[in-house]
Design a protein around this ligand. Structure first.
Ligand code: HEM
Length: 568
């Protein structure tokens, strides 16, 4: 043995030392454990017994009485709207969803909670939904800040503003049709009636005289390319590549600097870029932050470190990078500033003091357009397509209407003017929005000082209250026994009184001062895409199974495999 190596201590002394340590550690740990248990117990039990919002009388799940973690758990497991729906069926129109949170499912609740005179503002839930430090139109909770932003942005979403973007949007319908035509051509080339392959990342196969593929990615590629082109003047290029891919700035700090400097040495900002799967990342990110959003703010970043949620939680800077790169490129290229798109409108926008948006605020608003506009339109179009592919009678009736309206029009893409007032197409779109309820959850608001009376119940200031759209859209009292069926005729057959009741319960874009700003654009896009697809192709489902969904803040189809054949 090396003489410099200290001799090993006798075994007995190691045991004694350990016991000494344990003797010291154990009482310390027990005190700490007791302290933690006391803090947790008092933060859960005290509010329950004090009942500061006077919600104890309302029924609901046992754990919801004590902690908002119950609702987080439900959202995290993709069961938000469905769970709240079943709770209302079980308990009636008022259900407690958390220690300070109540859900009211009644048509009168919509105006009372979200209407112009309600006074209820967005809750802290919206603080979690931001990837850029500065707030955007959607997540700002301050009334004055919201009014300022809404004034700046409202006219670009007016019917006239949207019509001005139609030519830009048309290009992406054409690419969608070209890609689907290429897929359909495989049917003729298939040897002994079968073949398979991939285009980009989307798999297809031919059998039974049709080409079969998942149409959900195609709707998202189309919608994200359209909105990125309308918003930034540059599509992501997903449709052409048939792949979920977008370029972002590697460093948002450098991106912001490039925006501030507005360098114009070249046509593009000198930024290091990287490619990300933007749609997948956005979906993961939204799922995670929304499921954590009802937890206390200090707890969210701690839970966000867990390995199972880290990828989605940490995606925020990358998603911000989408907008930062696009805005930086736009600033670099002075020539493109005058292009007719939303970024030009945002750049021109001034508040009443003549102040324009700064670089960070501009990026925050541009990012919002992608997040709010891309996913929602794609999900609504895909869900409506699912119901049409599932119902041959309804599909044939729609196709007869489209054939008559588009006869003699020499265009692969249905012109909006030709399809915007078709009664059956309108009914199909309303029915798709009703039954699917793309945003189906109750949008949380805070009861203002002085309280709020909803459905005869006085709610105390500070209570979080919502009215779930999915439940209102499936209320059998309003929609009848077939409320769960896709039945567009209900919109055409209803008496004037019944229609009035239906409209009181129908709010796919929400109502009041925080209602969807992109409604006109979404409806225009849905009219054109559904008319174009169902006029040109016949679509059927592979199986009659229910549409698989991620049921979070946005109800997103996971996939929708259809068999497609050219009609024209
Ligand atoms: C079918 C498609 C769409 C549906 C179902 C939908 C639904 C909604 C709903 C329910 C809200 C209220 C959210 C809340 O209070 O938390 C909302 C807000 C908003 N939506 Fe949409 N939306 C759609 C498409 C779009 C599009 C295409 C855009 C723009 C590109 C857009 C932009 C916005 C904005 C900016 C807000 C925030 C408005 C504010 O707070 O003042 N939406 N949307």
């Amino acid at each position: 043995m090396d003489s410099s190596t200290p001799p090993l201590p006798p075994l007995g002394s190691i045991i004694l030392a350990r016991e000494g340590l344990t003797g010291l550690l154990l009482p310390g740990l027990s005190v700490l454990a007791c302290l933690i248990a006391t803090v947790i117990a008092s933060s859960i039990l005290l509010p329950y017994f004090n009942d500061p919002y006077k919600l104890r009388a309302y029924p609901g799940p046992f754990f919801a009485k004590f902690t908002s973690a119950w609702l987080s758990w439900i959202i995290g497991h993709n069961r938000w709207s469905e769970t709240v729906y079943h709770l209302h069926r079980q308990h009636g129109p008022i259900v407690r969803l958390g220690p300070d949170n109540v859900s009211i499912s009644d048509p009168s609740a919509l105006a009372a909670i979200y209407g112009h005179s309600s006074g209820a503002l967005k809750s802290t839930f919206y603080d979690a939904i931001s990837s850029i430090r500065i707030r955007n139109l959607f997540n700002t909770r301050d009334r004055a800040e919201h009014s300022r932003k809404r004034r700046i942005e409202a006219h670009m979403f007016s019917p006239r503003g949207i019509r001005a973007l139609e030519d830009t949007a048309r290009v992406h319908f054409q690419v969608l049709v070209r890609q689907w035509d290429t897929l359909c051509a495989h049917t003729d080339k298939a040897i002994r009636g079968s073949a398979e392959g991939t285009i980009g990342t989307v798999h297809w196969k031919v059998h039974s005289g049709r080409v079969w593929f998942d149409c959900m990615p195609w709707f998202t590629f189309w919608s994200f390319d359209t909105i990125s082109d309308l918003a930034f003047g540059h599509p992501f290029g997903m449709l052409e590549a048939a792949k979920d891919t977008a370029k972002i700035s590697k460093s948002n700090i450098k991106g912001m600097q490039a925006i501030s400097q507005g360098n114009s040495h070249s046509d593009e900002a000198e930024l290091e870029l990287e490619e990300i799967p933007a749609i997948e990342m956005l979906a993961e990110h939204l799922d995670i932050i929304v499921s954590l959003a009802f937890l206390p703010a200090w707890l969210q970043p701690i839970v966000g470190r867990l390995p199972s949620v880290r990828y989605g939680y940490d995606a925020a800077p990358k998603l911000a990078g989408l907008a930062v790169a696009a805005v930086a490129n736009r600033f670099a290229s002075k020539t493109k500033i005058d292009r007719a798109d939303m970024l030009s409108e945002l750049l021109r926008g001034r508040d009443e003091d003549g102040k324009p948006y700064g670089p960070e605020e501009l990026s925050a608003e541009a990012e919002l357009l992608i997040i709010a506009g891309g996913d929602t339109t794609a999900n609504s179009s895909c869900a409506t397509t699912y119901h049409l592919a599932r119902n041959p009678r309804i599909r044939a009736k729609l196709q007869a209407e489209l054939d008559a309206a588009l006869e003699g029009i020499d265009s692969d893409v249905a012109p909006y003017d030709a399809v915007k007032d078709l009664p059956y197409l309108d009914a199909v779109i309303n029915e798709g929005l009703r039954l699917h309820s793309t945003i189906g959850a109750g949008l949380p608001r805070v009861v203002p000082p002085g309280g709020l009376t909803v459905l005869g119940q006085h709610l105390k200031e500070g209570t979080v209250v919502s009215s779930p759209l999915y439940c209102l859209h499936r209320n059998e009292v309003v929609w009848g026994e077939n409320a769960h069926e896709f039945y567009p005729e209900r919109w055409l057959e209803a008496s004037a009184d019944a229609k009035k009741e239906m409209m009181r319960s129908f709010a796919p874009f929400s109502v009041g001062p925080r209602a969807c700003l992109g409604r006109n654009l979404a409806l225009q896009q849905m009219h054109i895409v559904l008319a174009t697809i169902f006029h040109r192709y016949n679509l059927v489902l592979e199986s009659d199974a229910p549409l698989p969904l991620r049921d979070g803040f946005v109800r997103k189809p996971k996939n929708c495999v259809v068999g497609v054949q050219r009609r024209k």
